[in-house]
Ligand binder design. Structure first.
Ligand code: UDP
Ligand code: MG
Length: 302
C-alpha cells in the first residue's frame, strides 16, 4: 500500500489534470494506493473539486484542516494520516512530475528508506528566486546539524520506518526538509527537471520564503549565535591591543572616528540582539506546545 500525499491550497484548476496524471502513472504499477489530499484552506472551490474526485474514486481521501496552517503543517497532517508502507509527498500543481513515482518506487524496492527528488533545472522561476534559494542551500550545507541535500524540495518517498520516526519529532516550527533528514537510514537522490506551475500562482511570496529560511537556519543550526561570540572575542582583543594605546597617546582628538565606531558597534549589538531574539522567540513558541494543526473533518478514512 502506497500513500500519495498532496497538500492543497487554491489548486482547483490544477487538481483534475493532476489527478488524471496520477491515475495514469499509478495504474501501470502493482500496488494498492491511497490518494490523500490535505485541504489547507482556499479562496477557490478546491474543496468541492476534491469532493468530486472522491465521489468517483474511493482511493481518494481528504483531510480537511480547520483553517490554513501552511504547507509544512499540512504535510505533517498528511504523513500522520497515511496508512501505506511508504508515502510519497507531491505538490498538486504538477511542478513535481508524477511520472517520477515509478523510479522512486524502484529505488525503494532496492532498500532505500527515503528517495528524494533533486531539481537539476528549474523552469519558470525568477532569477531572484533561484539565486536566493541557491545561497540558502549552500549556507545550510555549511551550518546545519543534519545534512540537507541541495535543490531538494518536499517531493520524496518516505518508508514506513521513517514515517513512524517522524511522528516523534514534535516541534512546532516545522522545517520539513530538515526534519525528513533527522532519522537517517539509507537514502537516495533522484534527479529531475522542475517544470513551471501548470496553472495559477505560487503560494509563497518573498516574506513567506524569508521567514521559512530563518526557520530552517534557527531550527538546524546555532551558528548565528556563535558568530556573536566569535566577533565579541575578536573585538576584545582589538580593543586591548589598539584601543588602550590609542587612549594613552591620543586622548581627546578623533571625535569623528569615535562617532563612527560607536554607530558601527551599536549596529553590531542590535543585530546580535536581533539574532538572539529569533532564537528566544522560537523557544517561546516551542514551549507552548501548541498542536500543529486541527482537523475539521476527514473523508475516506475508516
Ligand atoms: N500549499 C499548501 N499550503 C500553503 C501553501 C502551499 O497546502 O500554505 C500547497 C500547494 O497547494 C501546492 C504545494 O503546497 O500543492 C506547493 O505550493 P506552491 O506551488 O505554491 O509552492 P512553490 O512550488 O512555489 O514553492
Ligand atoms: Mg509549486
Amino acid at each position: 500500500m502506497i500513500s500519495i500525499i498532496s497538500p492543497v491550497r487554491n489548486e482547483a484548476e490544477n487538481l483534475p489534470l493532476f489527478y488524471t496524471t496520477l491515475v495514469d502513472v499509478t495504474q501501470t504499477l502493482f500496488y494498492q494506493w491511497e490518494f490523500i489530499f490535505v485541504y489547507d484552506e482556499s479562496k477557490d472551490n478546491t474543496f468541492e473539486v476534491l469532493l468530486e474526485l472522491r465521489a468517483n474514486d474511493p482511493r481518494v481521501k481528504i483531510v480537511k484542516l480547520s483553517r490554513g496552517f501552511g504547507k509544512e503543517n499540512a504535510m505533517t497532517a498528511g504523513l500522520d494520516f497515511a496508512t501505506g508502507h511508504a508515502a510519497i509527498l507531491i505538490d498538486a500543481d504538477l511542478q513535481d512530475p508524477p511520472g517520477l513515482i515509478i523510479q522512486m518506487l524502484e529505488l525503494w524496492e532496492k532498500g532505500n528508506k527515503m528517495v528524494y527528488a533533486v531539481r537539476k533545472k528549474r523552469e519558470g522561476e525568477s532569477w531572484f528566486k533561484k539565486q536566493t534559494a541557491s545561497w540558502f542551500y549552500s549556507l545550510m550545507e555549511k551550518i546545519s546539524t543534519v545534512h540537507i541535500p541541495r535543490n531538494t524540495g518536499d517531493f520524496r518517498l518516505i518508508d514506513r520506518l521513517i514515517l513512524d520516526d517522524l511522528k516523534s519529532l514534535q516541534e512546532t516550527q516545522r522545517f520539513m526538509k530538515g526534519l525528513f533528514m533527522v532519522p537517517g537510514y539509507q537514502n537516495a537522490p533522484l534527479y529531475y527537471q522542475r517544470k513551471p506551475r501548470h496553472l495559477g500562482q505560487s503560494n509563497f511570496g518573498f516574506w513567506k520564503l524569508w521567514s521559512f529560511a530563518i526557520d530552517g537556519i534557527t531550527g538546524f543550526s546555532l551558528f548565528p549565535l556563535q558568530i556573536a561570540s566569535i566577533f565579541g572575542v575578536f573585538l576584545i582583543f582589538v580593543s586591548l591591543f589598539f584601543g588602550v594605546p590609542f587612549l594613552i597617546f591620543n586622548p581627546l582628538e578623533s571625535c569623528d572616528r569615535l562617532l563612527v565606531a560607536i554607530i558601527f558597534f551599536s549596529g553590531v549589538q542590535l543585530a546580535t540582539i536581533g539574532i538572539l531574539g529569533e532564537y528566544i522567540g522560537r523557544t517561546y513558541f516551542e514551549s507552548k506546545k501548541r498542536p500543529r494543526y486541527f482537523v475539521e473533518s476527514t473523508i475516506g478514512f475508516e
